[in-house]
Write a protein that binds this ligand. Structure first.
Ligand SMILES: Nc1ncnc2c1ncn2[C@@H]1O[C@H](COP(=O)(O)OP(=O)(O)OP(=O)(O)O)[C@@H](O)[C@H]1O
Ligand SMILES: [Mg+2]
Length: 440
């Protein structure tokens, strides 16, 4: 059964239950006690009546004063007063109260003169509600109030829970990751608001993943097409031109070999990238000491780079007790990518690389900088996109596919850190990444 039927039914059931259980309860405890309080009221009224009679007796025989007293008392007390003669045969004074409620309590009190003989009879009527109708006066508004409260609750739940869920349901059914048109709009800050925001984020991520996939296929196709077109051209020349010299033939074969090797390298890069992404899903983390990791990396690459004739300067300010949770192998790949980029695109003639490490706030930072030609400002924000390369002509020569930094970004983000590029004061590119510091 759907929520928009279930909720009103539930409230109706609760309403009926309250009536069935609540009414006998009210009748027993509230109305059951009414006769007691009513008797008290009657006794009080009788006492008041005697007081009025005594006052009239004190004014006797001044009929004018008696008349004005009765008139004022009837008006002030909202009661009806009639004054009869000593044998009740004649009504002498009468003041009616125009109160609409039925007159229920009648007191007939004798008015005695000083010598104790009865001079008048006083009849006083007061309005009072019977216990049954008083019960109704209490019960009826109570039932209306409870009914109203349940109606408000039903409407509240409908507009605040059922309706937003229906809207979300409809949207989920028609999720469109190809063309993200508009987000579900919501200003609420409660759980439903959070649900909408998370849904919007999920839809955006799906859309981005879909776009990334399309871009990746387009980039792979583009990268493979260039060497393949060259191979096709050389093969066509070899097939069509029968009068080619042996030297020319040899040159074309070598070019074909070079281009097909390049295709092989590209394919290796693609599969390494996908492998990396898959490994990230299942990698296990260990506590690693920042200083130890840094020094291992620094000494390893210092030797490797000096073999190539380049220099590595390194410094860190880590303390022995600073640990990070990481997969050392994956973080090793990040350093590998950054050093290979510096060598590939840096200042080949006189390359110097600077490696530094420090702790700031609750993160451990590593920086790799070079004194190379760097990256133009306009390209800085695109460096971490898949297949992004700064200069295609420079690229062909160096053979990069533009997946290295994208891989680094995936690895660092999987560790809960951040990676960014900056213009290094040494002249070339600087890459800084962070990994959260482990707290005891
Ligand atoms: N240290 C650097 N100095 C100058 N340019 C750089 C440097 N590092 C990267 N780049 C530029 O950024 C681009 C992207 O680098 P990235 O590592 O992502 O890909 P790649 O090196 O081209 O290919 P891959 O790493 O997949 O083999 C490079 O093509 C290069 O143009
Ligand atoms: Mg690279």
């Amino acid at each position: 059964m759907k929520l928009n039927i279930k909720l009103p039914l539930l409230f109706l059931l609760m309403f009926v239950l309250i009536i069935v259980i609540g009414i006998p309860f009210i009748r027993f405890f509230v109305i059951g006690n009414l006769p007691v309080s009513q008797n008290k009221m009657k006794a009080k009224a009788a006492f008041e009546s005697v007081k009025i009679a005594n006052h009239i007796a004190s004014l006797y025989p001044n009929m004018e004063k008696i008349d004005s007293y009765i008139k004022n008392t009837a008006k002030d007390e909202h009661i009806s007063i009639q004054l009869y003669n000593h044998d009740l045969s004649k009504k002498m004074i009468s003041y009616q109260n125009n109160n609409k409620a039925p007159m229920r309590i009648n007191d007939i009190v004798p008015v005695q003169a000083k010598d104790n003989h009865v001079v008048f009879y006083l009849e006083i009527r007061r309005s009072m509600i019977s216990s049954e109708s008083l019960g109704l006066y209490i019960l009826f508004p109570l039932l209306v109030l409870i009914g109203l409260a349940f109606m408000i609750l039903t409407l509240y739940f409908h507009f605040n829970i059922t309706k937003p869920i229906q809207v979300l349901n409809k949207r989920l059914k028609n999720v469109n990751i190809r063309g993200l048109t508009s987000f579900l709009s919501i200003t609420r800050k409660d759980e439903i608001g959070e649900l909408y925001n998370h849904f919007n984020e999920m839809e955006e991520r799906l859309h981005l993943a879909q776009k990334e996939q399309i871009d990746m296929i387009a980039a792979i196709a583009h990268d493979l097409k260039t060497p393949l077109t060259s191979i096709n051209g050389f093969v066509e020349l070899l097939v069509m031109q029968k009068d080619l010299s042996e030297n020319e033939r040899q040159e074309y074969y070598e070019l074909i070999l070079k281009k097909s090797k390049h295709i092989g390298e590209l394919i290796n890069d693609f599969s390494a990238f996908t492998k990396n992404e898959l490994e990230l899903e299942t990698m296990d983390m260990k506590a690693v000491e920042a200083a130890r990791l840094f020094e291992n990396i620094a000494t390893e690459y210092e030797a490797e780079l000096s073999g190539l004739g380049y220099e590595l300067f390194w410094k860190h300010s880590f303390k022995p007790s600073q640990f990070m949770m990481m997969n050392e192998h994956m973080i090793g790949r990040v350093f590998g990518n950054l050093f290979s980029n510096a060598v590939r695109y840096g200042n080949q003639g006189n390359l110097t690389i600077y490696l530094s490490g420090f702790v700031q706030g609750s993160s451990v930072y590593f920086q790799v900088e070079d004194n190379g030609q760097g990256v133009p400002e306009k390209d800085m924000s695109s460096l971490f996109l898949k297949f992004f390369t700064v200069d295609k002509s420079r690229q062909t020569q160096n053979g990069g596919t533009g997946l290295g930094l994208a891989s680094c970004k995936s690895i660092i983000e999987r560790h809960g850190g951040e990676i960014s590029a900056f213009h290094s004061p040494y002249g070339g590119l600087g890459i800084r990444f962070s990994v959260p510091l482990q707290h005891d």
